[in-house]
Design a protein around this ligand. Structure first.
Ligand code: SF4
Length: 82
């Protein structure tokens, strides 16, 4: 007898797509650790000199979590996309 289980992976993927990392720039101390860890997600704005999140269609959760873990001021957080 076979048993088929429907997974909810499509639901998880959908939720990931709507979460974006944000930086509380007022708390950021400009250490650059997030850029070192995730240069494809975080960058320095050449005009303002401030750290920014690169605009991506999807953010790999494990990489963002790693950047959060090394951020000395805990100023990176997940936010629901508009
Ligand atoms: S790791 Fe945190 S404090 Fe350092 S530059 Fe990135 S956001 Fe700013």
């Amino acid at each position: 007898m076979s048993l088929f289980i429907q997974t909810s992976s499509h639901i998880c993927e959908s939720q990931e797509l709507h979460m974006i990392p944000v930086i509380d720039i007022g708390v950021c101390n400009d250490c650059g650790s997030c850029i070192e860890i995730c240069p494809t997600i975080f960058k320095r704005n050449n005009e303002t000199g401030l750290i920014e999140v690169i605009d991506l269609p999807k953010y790999p959760e494990d990489h963002v979590q790693e950047a959060m873990s090394v951020c000395p001021t805990d100023c990176i957080a997940w936010e629901k996309a508009q």
